[in-house]
Design a protein around this ligand. Structure first.
Ligand SMILES: [Zn+2]
Length: 61
């Protein structure tokens, strides 16, 4: 079991789901054919798949 921690990078399209920036822990949600964006805050480009459910869009801002 060495595959418990998958890492993704900006520009990849790993599929619909929520992904968490490794450095700041911010969660981003992408759709099936959407690319992972770069973090607007810390500019980092590495993600892990988040186990958190996507935040409701109505609570954004
Ligand atoms: Zn960040």
């Amino acid at each position: 079991m060495s595959h418990w921690y998958e890492i993704f990078s900006t520009g990849q399209t790993p599929g619909a789901g929520s992904y968490e920036y490794l450095r700041c822990g911010k969660v981003v949600v992408v759709t099936d054919d959407e690319q992972l964006p770069r973090c607007p805050h810390c500019k980092q480009r590495s993600f892990s798949r988040s186990t958190e459910p996507p935040p409701p869009t109505t609570s954004f801002l």
